[in-house]
Design a protein around this ligand. Structure first.
Ligand code: NAD
Length: 323
């Protein structure tokens, strides 16, 4: 798959962004990774710094994107993404989706570059349609506990469509479903890092409610390939990207117990307010228009992820406090 010669990745020091930077560099692109480090970390791109073609630009995209030189593609990923983060940073999240998306679109338009928006399955809210197709308009509470994130993404999509209509910007919208893998922060609060760390440290695995709610978890390498394919196409989207291998949260916990060899017990805790009951993308559009489909089985991806967290936790244990 061709990669753009000169790419800008906002949110490039986060979980998905760092994988995307790596993938683009491996394909021969030069990459400007723009990040404020509000939820990301330089550790995520430490292995890329010093590589020819990679540069890190510390900036808040809501204030502007100070990147010069040629730009062929702008991947806009900068936004708090975990409920723990966006509920702590509601105004910053809304600004990243509004002002930040505006700056990223303007940058792409100035250079005649391709623009890819990292939107989210959260635009569907707690869905009544299952699986979720791109034509489904969603069920989002505009003043509810997830509204700062859901509405930020919905606004970002609307702005992207308007920019395309008014300025002819070559935009593509990806609606990303739950994705997992190495480099999700240990304290990120999302399902996989939480259960993984609990399993590896022998703590009880906290399962919200009875664990029958479902998620469809996509391996990060597959997801990043989908973003690169979207950038290489003329598709405006929105296009769902994720896995359609739907599992109950309880099943995910069982696989994590198996791949970590943990004997942690399970502890049930109350479900978060407005936590979606079901989640599964309809991937027909991604398959037909991008020839993309996720290929990594859940168990394989979770085993790789477990190895990374085990290393990470061993490193943390070996580092004296305050070092
Ligand atoms: P993450 O928190 O690991 O990464 C987000 C990155 O954006 C961080 O490095 C953070 O410092 C940076 N950032 C946030 N606000 C910024 C700002 N104003 N200026 C500059 N940098 C800023 O989260 P992630 O899981 O890698 O998510 C990346 C993108 O993908 C987000 O837009 C998220 O909404 C979207 N997404 C992710 C998932 C998923 O399952 N991981 C699902 C749906 C959508």
């Amino acid at each position: 798959m061709n990669v753009p010669a000169h790419a800008v990745v906002t949110g490039g020091a986060g979980f998905l962004g760092s994988w995307l930077c790596e993938r683009l560099l491996a394909g021969g692109a030069s990459v400007a990774c723009v990040d404020s480090l509000v939820t990301g970390s330089l550790d995520n791109v430490a292995h890329l710094r010093g590589l020819p073609g990679f540069r890190f630009v510390e900036a808040d995209v809501s204030a502007g994107i100070p990147v010069d030189g040629p730009v062929d593609a702008v991947f806009h990923l900068a936004s708090p993404a975990s409920p723990l983060h966006y509920q702590r940073l509601p105004l910053e999240t809304l600004r990243a989706g509004s002002h930040g998306t505006g700056h990223a679109l303007d940058l792409a338009a100035r250079h005649g570059a391709r623009f890819v928006l990292a939107s989210s399955s959260e635009v569907y809210g707690d869905p009544e349609q299952h699986p979720q197709r791109e034509t489904y308009r969603g069920r989002v509470d505009p003043t509810g506990p997830r509204s700062m994130y859901d509405e930020s993404k919905r606004f970002a999509e609307a702005l992207t469509v308007a920019h395309r209509d008014v300025h002819g910007t070559r935009t593509g919208i990806a609606r990303i479903f739950n994705t997992y893998g190495p480099r999700m922060a240990v304290d990120d609060g999302r399902l996989v890092p939480t259960l993984m760390v609990q399993a590896l440290t022998g703590e009880p695995l906290t399962i919200a409610g009875d664990g029958s709610q479902t998620r469809s978890l996509c391996w990060v390498g597959d997801l990043v390939d989908g973003l690169v394919r979207l950038a290489a196409s003329d598709e405006s989207g929105p296009v769902n990207l994720g896995s359609d291998d739907e599992r109950s949260v309880r099943e995910v916990a069982d696989v994590i117990l198996r791949v970590t060899g943990s004997s942690s017990p399970v502890r049930h805790v109350p479900r978060a307010e407005q936590d979606p009951l079901v989640r599964r993308p309809d991937l027909a559009r991604a398959r037909t228009r991008l020839s993309w489909t996720p290929t990594t089985p859940l168990r394989t991806g979770l085993a790789r992820t477990a190895a990374w967290y085990a290393d990470r936790l061993a490193g943390a244990a070996a580092t004296p406090m305050g070092a």
